[in-house]
Design a binder for this molecule. Structure first.
Ligand SMILES: Cc1cc2nc3c(=O)[nH]c(=O)nc-3n(C[C@H](O)[C@H](O)[C@H](O)COP(=O)(O)OP(=O)(O)OC[C@H]3O[C@@H](n4cnc5c(N)ncnc54)[C@H](O)[C@@H]3O)c2cc1C
Length: 499
């Protein structure tokens, strides 16, 4: 990324943006500035900056700019705004929720850590319930949401606290003054624009903002160079779930799923030690040439609450020779994955009782990248932290989801009740003062990331990022110098219970 161009902004502006004036975030909130309602009004108010040799409009000049509206970015934006920061959220699609909505990734997994729900996570679950989606099956701790309702919940949460969402807007670059990001460049529906902010939060999942700003990062597994495999998830409609349940749970006596319809799940994974009853069906599909061995390897499907007869398909898993970090390879993976999807769906329709009248009702709007790029931050979480169940004074949340490194076939579990904590230090870098990174791209090794990447944990990290951003601004502390434990207990979403 080229950050060497000139930005015609005054020293006063830079001081304002980096929080060096006495005007804190709360003061800005109380100046009674009129709410900005259109791009034209914003542009008039904020002027232009020079980027790549041309003048481009500054669409917003705010306290906090969050890139990426996935589980982590949305949480960060809501919490920053709730804590008094004027906040803009950039999302390249037209729905918040990231992989949970656009990627058809479902449900929120159980962190397996006791008492891990931070207030924001508990609130999202409660809001789903208020919208008629009961997220609990009464047996497991996973959260059976509904992607369309989740997107609505996120819109409502943002609107209530005044987060300005810029949809169909792609972050393309950053502008720096020394070690501080002063603006980011976005591609909007109207063309290139800039957003000035005092703190930037990276919720892109791919550490895009951090990489654009020159923060150190890594990608893939150090032993093989591979990313975790991509998946092209989809939904199937027209399923007779009662018939499916009778066949799988009663006739085949598969005990994998502990809950009953409407909360029902089927699965098979040929590489696992555990033998699933549906492996035989997939093997027959391979024998007959309907599906390939790689298509048969992994298949999982969950009912979706509020979408009768529809299941969320956690497959196909695309071979690791396709990369989550190479744009050409990624694009080939889309076509390869789509073909796999149709083969698997056809095989299930022909062979699985309950699927006779089923069809592909929706394909994900983004490939499922379990892991792509990860920052190298102040603290680098590793598998030792997992096995040692590390605790940190600046911990922002806890989790215990197992190390689920698809592709490398590494799978490890903590003893029941065990957990490790995620420190604020793994959200920030030495290099960039006003950057916080949230979600699956925080500073963690490939293997550790395979545990911390689940949605509730990403939400809790985002929640902390938003709280910290607002706190840092109102106390004039650089984002990468914030001591999470210095934030009063009542304002923190999580307080470590050091051993
Ligand atoms: C196949 C698969 C199955 C999984 N299964 C589960 C599961 O069952 N349960 C569970 O809890 N977790 C599961 N996960 C993990 C979980 O879904 C992700 O790790 C989690 O969603 C990460 O959240 P995030 O906010 O970091 O990023 P993401 O969910 O990836 O969201 C990133 C957001 O940023 C946006 N964005 C990216 N780049 C830009 C840009 N340049 N400009 C603007 N916007 C941008 C994207 O559009 C997206 O909305 C699974 C993941 C995969 C891939």
């Amino acid at each position: 990324m080229d950050n060497s161009f000139e930005i015609p902004i005054s020293r006063r502006d830079i001081m304002k943006m980096t929080g060096m004036t006495a005007a804190g975030v709360i003061a800005a909130e109380t100046t009674g500035e009129p709410r900005i309602v259109s791009a034209a009004a914003n542009n008039r108010e904020n002027g232009t900056i020079k980027y790549a040799g041309r003048e481009i409009p500054v669409l917003y000049s705010v306290d906090v700019c969050v890139a990426g509206g996935g589980p982590s970015g949305t949480a960060a934006a809501v919490m920053a705004a709730r804590n008094g920061a004027r906040t803009v959220l950039i999302e390249r699609s037209v729905a918040l929720g990231g992989l949970a909505v656009l990627g058809c990734v479902y449900p929120f997994m159980d962190t397996l850590a006791p008492d891990s729900d931070t207030p924001y996570v508990a609130e999202v679950k409660e809001r789903l319930r208020q919208h008629g989606i009961e997220p609990f099956d009464g047996v497991t701790q996973q959260t059976w949401h509904n992607p369309e309702i989740l997107a609505l919940v996120y819109d409502e949460m943002c609107a209530e606290v005044g987060v300005e969402i810029l949809y169909q807007t792609v972050l393309v670059d950053t502008v720096l003054a020394g070690h501080t990001i002063t603006a980011c460049i976005v591609q909007t529906i109207a063309g290139l624009a800039a957003i000035r902010a005092r703190i930037f939060i990276d919720g892109t999942g791919d550490a895009f903002l951090a990489r654009a700003a020159g923060a150190p990062y890594e990608q893939g597994y150090e032993k093989t160079g591979n990313n975790q495999p991509l998946s092209f998830r989809f939904e199937m409609g027209g399923i007779d779930v009662e018939r499916l349940y009778r066949h799988v749970a009663v006739e085949l006596q598969e005990d994998w799923c502990r809950s009953k319809p409407p909360y029902f799940e089927i699965a098979e994974a040929m590489h696992r030690k555990q033998r699933y009853k549906l492996e035989e069906l997939m093997a027959r599909g391979v024998e007959s040439g309907e599906i390939t061995q790689e298509e048969a390897e992994y298949m999982q499907a969950y009912t979706i609450i509020g979408k009768n007869g529809v299941m969320s398909m956690n497959c196909p898993e695309i071979p690791v020779k396709f990369s989550a970090t190479d744009p050409v390879s990624y694009s080939k993976a889309v076509m390869y994955g789509r073909k796999m999807m149709h083969h698997i769906a056809g095989c299930l329709i022909r062979r699985l009782p309950g699927f006779e009248k089923a069809f592909i009702s929706r394909e994900a709007a983004m490939l499922g990248a379990r892991e792509s790029w990860r920052i190298r931050g102040r603290y680098y979480l590793t598998e030792s932290d997992y096995h040692n169940q590390s605790r940190f004074p600046d911990a922002v949340c806890r989790t215990a989801w197992f190390i689920d490194a698809h592709g490398e076939k590494v799978s490890e579990k903590l003893p029941a009740g065990g957990f490790y904590e995620i420190p604020y230090g793994s959200l920030v870098t030495e290099k960039i003062e006003n950057l916080i990174v949230a979600g699956r791209c925080i500073s963690a090794s490939f293997i550790l990331q395979a545990s911390m990447r689940i949605q509730p944990t990403c939400m809790s990290i985002g929640e902390a990022a938003g709280i910290a951003a607002a706190w840092g601004l109102s106390h004039k502390i650089a984002a990468n110098e914030i001591k999470w434990y210095a934030i009063p207990v009542g304002k923190r979403s999580y307080v470590s219970k050091m051993r």
